[in-house]
Every structure is written in structure tokens, then in C-alpha cells.
Design a protein around this ligand. Sequence first.
Ligand SMILES: [Zn+2]
Ligand SMILES: [Zn+2]
Ligand SMILES: [Zn+2]
Ligand SMILES: [Zn+2]
Ligand SMILES: [Zn+2]
Ligand SMILES: [Zn+2]
Length: 180
Amino acid sequence: MLNRLSHYLGIILVILFVFCADSCKRRHINFPHKKQWVECSTCNGTGILIVQCRECDGSGKLECEDCEGEGEEDCAMCWGTGRRACSECSGKGLEQCSNCRGVGIDSWGNRCIYCGGIGYEECDNCGGSGYERCSNCLGSGNEECLTCHGTGEVDCDNCNGYGKVRVSCWDCDGEGGRME
Ligand SMILES: [Zn+2]
Ligand SMILES: [Zn+2]
Ligand SMILES: [Zn+2]
Ligand SMILES: [Zn+2]
Ligand SMILES: [Zn+2]
Ligand SMILES: [Zn+2]
């Protein structure tokens, strides 16, 4: 009984094997040119290439438009002149004479010897020029460009300063490969 069962089992296994082998063979014959996914060698199958940014030629930087690459702008406090109206004399260059309080005569009724009778004397702060050095730019007339912080350059916005950009692979149209 057991012997007979193993005999049948053996036959079933043989039939299965033959059927399987035949079907495998047939499949192979029916599809001799079965298509395969071939990875793109240009992008190693990623579909993406990293190339130099054309906007900045790979430097990642562009000239600052606000200061034309100078890194400096005209001082906003003095309009680039480097000087401002004297804060002591409001730009007049003269101050009221401290000796005669501007009347030109002293308490004795004589002409004031400090101002020569005109009631004004040269402003100490500006030496009579009416101007003082701009405190914002220390007289240079320029101040650091706020846009580029004085560097004259800004990050390229095309590549965010990396100098390289990711583009879709031109060999596989970004697919990463193709069926062949
Ligand atoms: Zn590719
Ligand atoms: Zn005086
Ligand atoms: Zn002054
Ligand atoms: Zn200034
Ligand atoms: Zn700038
Ligand atoms: Zn760039």
C-alpha cells in the first residue's frame, strides 16, 4: 500500500517536471526578444544629471546689481558727500559770540574783543566751514552695500549659490533607462 502510493507520487512528480520544463521552454520560444530594462549609463539610471550653472558659469555668484559689484553704495546719511551740516552751528559756520551773547558790545559798552563787534564767532566744531564729517561713513561718502554686505556679489538664484544645477538626463529624457 505504502509502496504503491510512493510509486504514484513518483509518477506525479515526473509529470509535473515535464509539464514545467515544457512550459518554460515554450515561453522562451514564444518570446525570444523579451524586452529588458536597460539602465542609462549617462546618468547611471537616476534620470538626473548635475551640470554647471549657466547663469553664473559655475561660480555660484553673480555681481550685486544694487552696487554694480562695488560692495559700496553712496552713504544714505550724507548722499555720498562724506560731510553733513555742522550740528553745532546748523551749517552756518558761525556761533553766537559767547562773550557778548551776540550783541557785539561787552558789559562796559565797548566793542567786543572776542568777535570784533559782529556778535558772532567762528564755530569751534567745524572751524567755520559749516560742515562736519559724516558719522555714518566717517567721511568716505560710501557705506557697505546692504544687499551684498560689501562683497559685491550675491548668490546666484538659479543654482542657489551652488554653481551646479540638476537637470533631467538628455540621453534618457529623465527616465533613467529604456526597454530594449
Ligand atoms: Zn539618463
Ligand atoms: Zn562778541
Ligand atoms: Zn559749526
Ligand atoms: Zn556719510
Ligand atoms: Zn552690493
Ligand atoms: Zn548659478
